[in-house]
Ligand binder design. Structure first.
Ligand code: SF4
Ligand code: SF4
Length: 387
């Protein structure tokens, strides 16, 4: 068997980040990464490395997200924020086409224009859970017979720079969902940030030839064995510090068997059906279309916008909505996410990023709800066995 040897890891000093930006921008990429804005670490276009959130971390809990100052200058020392890379690859609003009525000597005609050509994005700072989420979106939006053209246009040209986790957040549970804080595939470059001893540096691994090409333009040196081991240990230890755990066995069966559970009423008594959980989720992909015209009626546009299974209109068929109650909508969301997603796309729809927990205004915790459902089923089975 023949194969290509994996390039040995390299080290980039913190001073090398501007060169990384330059190498990406020189190749025509629009760099998108984390930055502090409006009291959160958001995903936005970055003009330079200086815009990264140096020295900022976050505190998360159910229904809670706060910035906190770190004791070091880490640029990627934060867990998942309110946005995921879905906002870049599968944007909340995308114009599908526009049309103008043009009146000339030959009479009146309609001239249509398509969507604009998307930029080529370099996604900087993608957490391993989000690398997996992008893989899930790939399957959903391009894995079938009809690839989504907006997603494909953005995804095909994208350059992915993963950053491994060494400090999971209080709402993280990626290890429960079969992932982990380390990146093993799906990236062009993978960084592990180290700040110990005041020495700010990154261990860099290449995943593709494109990654190797970019890295060649960034000042780097061979990573010594001790540093590579130190980085690997930090990532391995992070796997043991997840803030949450999800029951892992048989979730599709659990959700199917919980179809008539009285627990849905309890969730509905807390759930505001606001849809925040679906907006922040890196794999929720549902959309609707909106047509708009200007006041003259000469210009029309069709937009695709994110939709949510928590919206009453989402299940509207002729004559009314199918899921009119809060309990039916929460049940639909969690059952699809953790259960029927397996039948539809061959995996879970959850990567354990914890966003839906932190950004739920009611503090509803997907891991807690599943644990409760599991306990109730166990109790019901035990009651049945009683003589
Ligand atoms: S679970 Fe929370 S975030 Fe989701 S719809 Fe209900 S209240 Fe909103
Ligand atoms: S369901 Fe929640 S924890 Fe799972 S991927 Fe979506 S936002 Fe993250």
């Amino acid at each position: 068997m023949t194969g290509t040897a994996t390039p040995a890891p390299r080290l980039i000093d913190i001073d090398g980040l501007p060169a990384l930006f330059e190498a990406l921008r020189g190749r025509g990429y629009t760099v998108v990464g984390p930055t502090v804005r409006d009291g959160a670490i958001v995903v936005a276009e970055l003009a330079s490395a200086a815009e990264l959130p140096f020295g900022w971390g976050v505190e998360t809990e159910a229904g809670r997200y706060r910035l906190r100052e770190r004791s070091d200058t880490a640029a990627f020392g934060h867990s998942a924020g309110p946005q995921s890379w879905k906002t870049v690859l599968h944007p909340a609003r995308a114009k599908l086409w526009s049309a103008d009525r043009v009146t000339g000597s030959a009479g009146t005609s309609i001239v249509e224009t398509g969507a604009a050509e998307p930029p080529r994005y370099a996604l900087l700072g993608v957490r391993p859970c989000d690398v997996r989420a992008i893989g899930i979106l790939d399957q959903v939006l391009t894995g079938g017979r009809h690839a989504d053209p907006v997603y494909r246009g953005r995804r095909d040209g994208a350059f992915v720079i993963a950053v491994e986790c060494t400090e999971p957040g209080a709402t993280c549970f990626c290890t429960s969902m079969g992932g982990g804080p380390g990146a093993d595939s799906g990236f062009d470059l993978a960084l592990t940030e180290l700040t110990d001893g005041g020495d700010h540096r990154f261990v860099v691994r290449t995943g593709t030839a494109a990654g190797a090409g970019v890295l060649a333009d960034v000042p780097s040196r061979a990573a010594d064995e001790a540093t590579v081991r130190h980085a690997a240990t930090a990532v391995a230890e992070a796997a043991g510090h997840m803030g949450r755990t999800m029951p892992t066995q048989g979730l599709p069966r659990l959700l199917a068997d919980s179809r008539e559970s009285p627990h849905w009423d309890d969730v509905a008594s807390r759930c505001l059906t606001c849809g925040n959980c679906t907006m922040v989720c890196p794999t929720c992909f549902c959309t609707t279309t909106e047509d708009v015209t200007d006041l003259t009626g000469d210009h029309a546009e069709r937009w695709r916008v994110w939709d949510s299974c928590f919206a009453l209109d989402f299940s509207y068929l002729h004559g009314g909505s199918v899921r009119t109650s809060g309990q039916s909508r929460y049940r639909q969301w969690i059952t699809h996410k953790l259960g029927t997603w397996h039948d539809q796309f061959g995996s879970s729809g959850c990567v354990g990023c914890g966003r839906c927990i932190a950004w739920c205004p009611a503090g509803i915790d997907i891991t807690q709800e599943v644990s409760t459902l599991a306990s109730m089923l166990e109790q019901a089975a035990a009651d049945e066995d009683k003589p």
